[in-house]
Design a protein around this ligand. Sequence first.
Ligand code: GAF
Length: 399
Amino acid sequence: MSGRKRVENVGDLVAEARRVYQQNFVGDPEVAVCAPGRVNLIGEHTDYNQGYVLPMALHLSTVMVGSRTSGQSCSVVTIAESADEPKKVDFNIPSESIPLAGGQPMWANYVKGVVQHYRAKPLPAFKAVIASSVPLGGGLSSSASLEVAVYTFLQQLCPDDGDKVAKALACQKAEHTHAGVPCGIMDQFISVLGKEGHALLIDCRSLEATAVPLVDPGLVILITNSNVKHALTGSEYPSRRKQCKEAAAVMGKSSLRDATMQDLEDAKDRLDSVTYRRVCHVINEIERTAKAAEALKRGDYEEFGKLMVESHNSLRDLYEVSCPELDVLVLAAMEVDGVFGSRMTGGGFGGCTVSLLRSDATERTMKHIKERYSGCPTFYITTPSDGARVLSVFEENQQ
Ligand code: GAF
């Protein structure tokens, strides 16, 4: 959003989207929805290995406002921060014989993918505007929040059966087929099922989630954006996924969720050293995540913080998805008295860190990070929010 004030409040995003809707189309939008980004507290690169993750939904959200229209042709305008691409796209509602393919602009592929995989019929054509406060490429799941916002919007035009897990899976499929990213289920799941005041321990094998309370006035969850951008569509994410799948096959397991460190040692001679390190991360990270959820339930922030740092070090040294900027941010945070733990969050190669600290340490932590980091960090002090929801088009003060 260069040259414009950063809008973070959902009500303000709706008001802005409504203004742009009035400029581009006739009248007011009938529907407004939002879907949150997420921060993952621990459990990284475990979702596609059927392990555990522990994310929470954020107040940073993607908003979509719009109305049904006659005919087959849809028009969507984005005012979300985006690359130098056209801000408006037109496409037809897909049919059995003519599916909706991806193409340019890139941002529209997330919209088209969800329209293609939407679970009810017949979808009417629509015109809509998208606005977002989730930083792009920041590792806070801007793509999943866009997908889930689109799905939630379509539910208002043509209701499906309301199955939330199936909704998350349809959005994940959209990302696979139309954005070319073979992501796991974490981001879409939390954007749909997030719960205010709670992190969710998601078992990515059974797709069951346990809500873990996370509201404590003495505690702050601080996100620091390195403002270094990553590209999951690059080769690194798919290659990690492939290494894990191949290693599981070598060990005779259907996924790394079923592998133990003993299995790994037994298979050591049949794995190259890089794959060995990758698997070592995954097996331990799954265990760390389960332990971290228990620590959080007990309010044992010291233990939780220790596990966060172990997770970061493992992502840096074994899974090799961190980068120098994220490492500096974590080291800087850990130098401050009152910080329990800190780690990179999301796919890696840039984006954000998440830190858990005593609330009285917030100002000095941000100050210290600014002094130690040569880039230009952005901070978000955040609390767990609800998943996707329907909003009023006209209320400007909704959170
Ligand atoms: C990205 C993916 F989209 C998630 O599915 C997950 O694998 C994450 O990277 C790493 O934990 O956000």
